[in-house]
Design a protein around this ligand. Sequence first.
Ligand SMILES: [Zn+2]
Length: 145
Amino acid sequence: MSCDCCNSTTKKPRAICSACGQNCFPVSRQTMLHQVQFPDNQDIAEGDYSCCASPDCNTGYFSISDMISKTRLRAFQPGRQAMLCHCFDISEAVYQAALDDGTAKAIKAFVVQQTKEKLCACESRNPSGRCCLASFKQMEKAHEC
Ligand SMILES: [Zn+2]
């Protein structure tokens, strides 16, 4: 499942992160303006940027001529928890605990419901600009193994 804000970015060609080689997806200017910290968000260069979602890579966003490291993004500041759902403030640790104690279904159902009603804010709140529901699935899969 995905929402409109994700679908709009899936048609553009993908770029390769020069630092880690990951296949990356395009990211909108709106996402960058909300994710890059002040004052760096004041002078983001023109051009098409992509987002490197690899947790081990320091590249946050990159274009042909520019690179913005993860350390300049709000979501990756020291002391911040790794987030699963940025829209509704659900950390990976919280969801992992919920998977362990059997309460995860209700949490995910809440997120799915809000997403259906278009009350999510992926494009602004998620550094990838994309829907987090795929990440829920990944964590569930990892939990089953
Ligand atoms: Zn990378």
